[in-house]
Ligand binder design. Structure first.
Ligand SMILES: [Zn+2]
Ligand SMILES: [Zn+2]
Length: 175
């Protein structure tokens, strides 16, 4: 869906954007994530110098997820930008990386033939854009290991039974 003929990319550049369907996003992002009604959109600005294509991309949109601590559903916005360079295999030996490779954020893919495919790039970047263990909030208290109460909604009855062993010793001393 995101394959472009290199010769068709004008040297002056072109922009494309594509809505990434849920059916495409969901298998990539792991079971803790799921698509919502918001569209996840990939936008690319392509520039070409000879057979080298520079791609500035952005993936933006909303996804739902299950909090890794409390298991409640929440959602997050992705807004992830990246730059990627496609270099023709034939040019590999002769030139480029010295010049382009100085920027650590710049990744290079070697392509063969006369098209560049941005779909694998979009898959890779959407995964990079997402935390492995998403949380509903930085301060999520999670669920009680003993009774399963969601501690964001208030303390549970067992909270007071769990005593730090150091305090337990102090208690003994006082008695
Ligand atoms: Zn949570
Ligand atoms: Zn509890």
């Amino acid at each position: 869906m995101l394959r472009f003929g290199v010769e068709e990319i004008p040297e002056s550049g072109m922009e494309v954007s594509h809505d990434l369907p849920r059916s495409w996003v969901e298998p990539l992002v792991g079971p803790q994530y799921f698509g919502r009604d918001d569209v996840v959109k990939a936008s690319f600005a392509l520039n070409r110098a000879g057979h080298t294509v520079i791609v500035r991309g952005q993936i933006a949109g909303g996804l739902g997820f299950v909090c890794s601590r409390c298991a409640e559903e929440a959602s997050l916005q992705i807004d992830h930008s990246f730059t990627h360079v496609f270099v023709e295999v034939a040019a590999r030996a002769t030139s480029v990386p010295g010049e382009i490779g100085e920027d650590d954020d710049l990744e290079v893919t070697y392509y063969d033939g006369d098209t560049v495919d941005l779909e694998p790039l979009a898959s890779e970047e959407i995964v990079l854009a997402l935390p492995v263990a998403p949380k509903c909030s930085e301060n999520c208290r999670g669920i009680c290991q003993q009774c399963g109460t969601n501690l964001n909604e208030g303390p549970c009855a067992c909270a007071s039974d769990v005593v730090d062993p150091r305090w337990a010793r102090l208690k003994e001393l006082k008695i």
